[in-house]
Design a protein around this ligand. Structure first.
Ligand SMILES: [Zn+2]
Length: 112
């Protein structure tokens, strides 16, 4: 946990911050700089150019789904509402894979 007297690009205040990797689970403020969510996690007030009150919401790393058959942009957008940032089909795969990659290149991604 970091406490810094610096200004961040964005500060998320009063969110329930969960990090399964470190077992962190509690109400904290998160400072974001340069697109990096882990610039600061603190129970102290943080200064930000933009401050967003996320009371009642969970702040966590993006979730990874290792078994989803939904491999298209509309599905990826729906999954993003659940916090999913990585969607993988590791059961049977996607065949033919070359055609799948070609279609992905044409469609782009849900984040584009
Ligand atoms: Zn399956």
């Amino acid at each position: 946990m970091t406490t810094k007297n610096e200004q961040y690009d964005i500060v998320l205040t009063n969110g329930r911050v969960i990090d399964p990797g470190t077992y962190l689970d509690g109400s904290y403020n998160v400072g974001i700089r340069g697109g990096q969510i882990a610039a600061a996690i603190s129970d102290q007030l943080l200064e930000g150019k933009e401050v967003v009150d996320v009371s009642g919401l969970i702040v966590s790393p993006g979730f990874i789904d290792l078994h989803t058959h939904a491999q298209n942009i509309p599905s990826n957008r729906m999954q993003a509402f659940d916090g999913l940032t990585t969607s993988l089909e590791l059961e049977a795969g996607v065949l033919p894979i070359g055609e799948f990659y070609d279609n992905c290149a044409k469609e782009g991604s849900a984040t584009a």
